[in-house]
Write a protein that binds this ligand. Structure first.
Ligand code: GDP
Ligand code: MG
Length: 166
């Protein structure tokens, strides 16, 4: 298995924490340098079975800034070029304007999008299904995976699900 995956989500939802946990000791690249004008490689997960390149998508992380048409197109073309998109949310916060902004951009692409509900260690189990239902109303997600990036809960399951798409 080999492919490209983009992680998108509001600030503070846990994108960096998830990257660190997935890559862990298997780190190959962790760079702040832009690899191209468009995409930034956040890290590469490599095992005997798989290589997953995680990339940042500039433009989709800044719901509060004014984005020009150009940045929108750049973000959307990145999302089109990857094999899967991980849309990370903070399950302890619920749906906000920042999430809606990202979902609007995801509507423009055909790439499979995962709904990854992070910080489930801070959510009462009874609250999880209604939260998932709220998001499912807005988008037809390829997979829905609740995790705790900080504690590592279900992160291996997430990796296994990604391998189905690359
Ligand atoms: P990013 O801005 O999306 O990259 O978010 P970070 O990875 O920097 O995480 C933001 C904050 O959320 C940090 O204080 C993390 O420790 C915390 N965080 C990330 N994942 C979890 C989680 O699964 N559970 C809890 N309780 N906190 C988390
Ligand atoms: Mg970060």
């Amino acid at each position: 298995h080999s492919g490209f995956v983009s992680i998108v989500g509001r600030p503070n939802v846990g994108k960096s924490t998830l990257m660190n946990h997935m890559i862990g000791q298997k780190i190959a690249i962790m760079s702040d340098k832009a690899q191209t004008t468009r995409n930034k490689i956040q890290g590469v997960y490599t095992t005997d079975q798989a290589q997953i390149v995680f990339i940042d998508t500039p433009g989709i992380h800044k719901p509060k800034s004014k984005l020009g048409d150009f940045m929108m197109k750049v973000a959307q073309s990145t999302l089109k070029e990857v094999d899967a998109v991980l849309f990370l949310i903070d399950a302890s916060q619920g749906l906000g304007a920042g999430d809606r902004f990202i979902i609007d951009q995801l509507q423009q692409v055909q790439t499979p999008v995962f709904l990854v509900l992070n910080k489930i260690d801070q959510v009462h189990p009874d609250e999880l299904l209604p939260l998932i239902a709220t998001y499912k109303d807005l988008y037809d997600f390829a997979e829905i995976v609740p995790i705790s990036a900080l504690h590592g809960n279900n992160v291996q399951t997430l990796l296994d699900q990604i391998l189905k798409y690359i």
